[in-house]
Design a binder for this molecule. Sequence first.
Ligand code: MFK
Length: 549
Amino acid sequence: MDPAASFFQEPPVLANQYQDDAVLRAHLQRVVPAEMLAGVEAQLVAMGEQAAGHMLALQDAAEANPPQHVPYDAWGRRIDEVRTDPAWAELGRIAAMAGLAALPHDPELGPHGRTVQMALAYLFAPSAATYLCPIAMTDAAARTLVEHGDAGVFGAAIERLTSRDPDHAWTSGQWMTEREGGSDVGATATRAVRDGDVWRLYGTKWFTSAVTCDVALALARPEGAASGSRGLALFYVELHGVDGGWNNLRVNRLKDKLGTRALPTAELDLEGTVAVPVGAVDEPGVPKIATMLNLTRLHNSVAAVAGMRRGLALAEAYAGVRDAFGRRLVDLPLHAETLRQIAAQADGGFALAFRVAELCGRAEAGAATVDEARLLRILTPLAKLFTGKQAVSVASEVLECFGGAGYIEDTGLPRLLRDAQVLPLWEGTTNVLSLDVLRAMARDDAAKPLVDDVGRMLVDARGVDELADAVAAVDAASRALGDRLATLGAASDEVVAAGARSLAFALAGTYIGALLVDAAAWALSHHPERARGAVASASRWAASVSCLG
Ligand code: MFK
């Protein structure tokens, strides 16, 4: 018998993704009160089970049968139907029932609602064919309407956007990007025209993700308003009328994307689409949509760290079953070292994204101090830009851990890389976010609370022998960062802007170093028998962060 004919490899098998994730579980133990965690743990276990079980088949089905745009019916009528696989809708039902958009509004969870929600989202995302994208926009639209809209006008919509009943729940889109530019929002050409009692929108939205949504928030320029971003107002749109037909809009085509293939992303023409202003129509809409953007940026960060964790879980599972050179991969020193480096990246990104979730929950519950609010403002773009880049490089490394199998489509592995690539560019590119970090520093003096928080965490970890080197390295990076920040005032705007990305990476890298040290100190004092991974990640991070400051 030809030996090649009997060749096969054991595939990596995922365990329950909650029970198997020591980093997530330790974090929740630290930041969520024990009684509350006990109350939500069954949900986390169930999501961890689904994510390693039947959701994988739903994800595969949705990806294998991407959305289709059917512009006309058989008799020539324009219908613009967008057909998706039933598995896509099923993923939406799972999200609604888990309360992925509802939990931050649950008064019983108070400031911890965001952390619990993001823990579930983190388990859901890597098995959900990018369904976290519509959830992110839905969650963020609900919060934006709560903060900037009239409850009498939008109460019913908010109730549906935050419903856990999948037959009643709505999802939202976010219509910002136009042909003129996704980053240069001030160039928006869509017009809002008063027509009797209603406003109508005219223009083209060039990237509208999850076009199967029920509502959307859109920027448009009311007639006579100023040019640039200050003249834009924020509008609420229902995509369909009561008869089920489109609200005077046309689907031009669906985008043929590198990844996120199950997610229908469309180009839309608005041809008199009826819209309702969110708040006063003469108020600038950009600061209002910033509420939405900051939340979708947090979701983006969580999707990034979830993707890294999934890649690591798969690479570790494979290393435990694949032999090479007469040994299991996991026993090969350099391969084991590579896995530990990936783990340090995943742990670092996780710590930053979930710190943002924690602060966001406190701010939304009215429990944040002034410094925590400023910290949230700067950490949100930092988390998005840093984890987005990490996700791509980690996904690439994970594929390499599988050798040739990592390059073969039906292993499902190439999708990890394709789907990661959207994370640095969706919801603001790395450069746009680096400039937003400068904006947060200039307007809110937000670098100071970040540096102060690093100092607080290092003080807490001083005297812990196992962390002495890591504390010293992060401390040195923080002092170098302080020196660098002190020079900014004397530099020209052009020079400061040109250095924005490197400064953002230094800020994020140093802050993550402190978060990892803090988490390791907590693990050593609470669960020393389980602290090895946390100490290893803190030490590895600190060894590289010393060159970032
Ligand atoms: C997953 C599937 C994906 C499928 C494929 C997708 C492909 C990608 C499609 C896309 O295009 S995604 C969308 C990408 N675009 C963006 O994310 C927007 C990028 N631009 C920005 O983020 C700009 O910074 C922003 C439009 C928000 C502001 O630009 P401006 O208006 O030129 O800045 P300006 O004048 O400094 O800010 C206006 C106001 O907003 C100021 O407040 P005041 O009026 O009170 O002074 C700012 O402080 C406030 N602001 C800006 N950003 C803020 C903020 N406030 C809070 N948080 C923020 N992040």
